[in-house]
Design a protein around this ligand. Structure first.
Ligand code: 5AD
Ligand code: SF4
Length: 447
């Protein structure tokens, strides 16, 4: 058989990155191999994100670049997958007629059928939100991420109605996998040597086994008992759905990491209401308190949007004060972007873009300060690190993550990705820590 090469470029969240792993697994099952560059690829796949307008624009820029490669080699198959496909499938074909296949995130498992159809047909668009998209998840997954850590999808879709968000439109209604299937996958990953598992779902707290009715808390407890699993995480959590049983499981299951991403979006109750988030500033703060009572050292991450339609300067001040009050360990912040088909998309985008950018800069400066201060408290402490690979800053150093999801860089010899090590923190930086190796944990080498 002739060797065929594929190339995948991915934008967006972990869900999307994991979908890319699944599609890579499918392609390798069909005999494709990863291409070192896009020019040599027989199949180029763009896995896209539509969360903000900028993310969507990047796809068209990438398609523009791909156009040249396709002109040189017309037999190259161009696939557009992910959330832009779902939201604007036909438009993608209209703006970039050279695209051979447009496939939505809930149609990933149909990739082999569509590739076969491409033999005598061009321009296939499949944005069906297949109900069985999760049930059929038996495809091999080609891990692209660091050794040692793996993602496992537990649910897909989102039934929330946040007024700014396209995700319910791109990923469809919530659907959960069977608990036994998930545990089977966790056991298989543990047997391969993976020590950290992150459960994925757009609204992961809403996980409910369709057979037994078991929730996320039950899943965490069961997964914690799987031999070889050292760390469990889950993302993304909605403050409203993060109920006591999940918090109890976080406190009681030692494998569940003391870290949580809990997007707040705004510190102003009025804006939260307009966003249809279903909680007030006070309610969010109560949740944080509840979490900190149960897991005292918990590291909290969040997402914030600035410049929501109708947001006032006072609302923005409320966001700053909430960020100060909680003292997040990590924050992703965004300028509001009006999205088609959303409720907020129909409101006047009232905050001038320049003001939104200024607010973003101010918010990020505050967060940097808070993070730096929190990191300084860790200097001198010993932390357990899962090695991800070489440090981005220096080839001579390694990079790993603590249970709290902080990046630690450290020098060392005979270190391997996937290893669990104990490192002493020697220096704090705003976005990472530096440390020195104390000892390797011999129990956690990958096979
Ligand atoms: N504009 C800006 N940011 C958005 N997000 C979601 N929708 C929008 C939008 N329309 C942010 C939210 C979410 C994160 C993944 O992206 O903060 O939590
Ligand atoms: Fe982007 Fe949201 Fe889709 Fe993830 S689910 S790829 S963040 S639009």
């Amino acid at each position: 058989m002739m060797e065929r090469l594929y190339w995948i470029e991915t934008w967006g969240c972990q869900m999307n990155e994991h979908d890319s792993e699944k599609m890579a697994g499918i392609l390798e099952g069909l005999g494709y191999q990863r291409s070192p560059n896009v020019e040599a690829a027989d199949l180029a796949l763009l896995n896209t994100c539509a969360i903000r307008e900028k993310a969507e624009e990047k796809v068209y820029q990438a398609l523009g670049r791909l156009g040249e490669a396709k002109r040189q080699r017309p037999e190259m198959i161009v696939v557009v997958a992910g959330c832009v496909s779902q939201l604007a499938g036909q438009q993608v074909r209209e703006r970039a007629p050279m695209v051979d296949l447009v496939i939505g995130p809930r149609a990933v498992s149909r990739l082999p059928e569509h590739l076969a159809r491409l033999e005598d047909e061009r321009g296939i668009v499949d944005t069906t939100l297949y109900q069985d998209s999760l049930m059929r998840r038996s495809e091999p997954v080609r891990k692209m991420k660091e050794r040692g850590k793996a993602w496992v999808t537990v649910m897909e879709g989102c039934n929330k109605t946040c007024s700014y968000c396209v995700v319910p439109a791109t990923r469809g209604r919530e659907e959960s996998r069977q608990l036994d299937d998930i545990l089977g996958e966790v056991m298989a990953l543990a047997a391969e040597g993976y020590v950290e598992i992150e459960f994925l779902g757009q609204n992961v707290n809403a996980y409910r086994c369709p057979q037994s009715g078991a929730g996320l808390a039950d899943l965490l407890r069961a997964a914690g008992r799987v031999e070889g699993i050292r760390r469990l995480r889950f993302t993304t959590s909605h403050p409203l759905h993060l109920r006591q049983p999940i918090i109890d499981a976080m406190a009681e299951v030692p494998e569940v990491c003391p870290a949580l991403h809990l997007p707040v979006q705004s510190g102003s109750t009025a804006v939260l209401k307009a966003m249809r988030r279903g909680y007030s500033r006070e309610k969010y703060l109560e949740r944080v308190e509840q979490l900190r009572r149960a897991v005292p050292d918990i590291a909290l991450g969040t997402d914030v949007i600035v410049g929501f339609p109708g947001e006032s300067e006072e609302d923005f001040q409320q966001t700053l004060s909430l960020v100060r009050e909680v003292g997040f360990d990590q924050m992703f912040s965004f300028v509001y972007s009006s999205r088609p088909g959303t409720v907020a998309g129909m409101m006047a985008d009232s905050v001038p873009h320049e003001r939104k950018v200024e607010q973003l800069i101010e918010l990020q400066a505050l967060q940097r300060e808070i993070q730096f201060e929190r990191h300084q408290r860790l200097v001198g402490r010993e932390v357990e690190v899962l090695v991800e690979g070489r440090s981005r800053r220096s080839e001579a150093e390694w990079a790993g993550r603590t249970a709290c999801n902080r990046v630690v860089n450290f020098p060392g010899e005979e270190v391997e990705a996937g290893q669990m090590l104990t490192v002493r923190v020697t220096e704090a930086r705003p976005n990472s820590l530096r440390g020195e190796l104390v000892r390797a944990d011999e129990a956690a080498f990958l096979t």
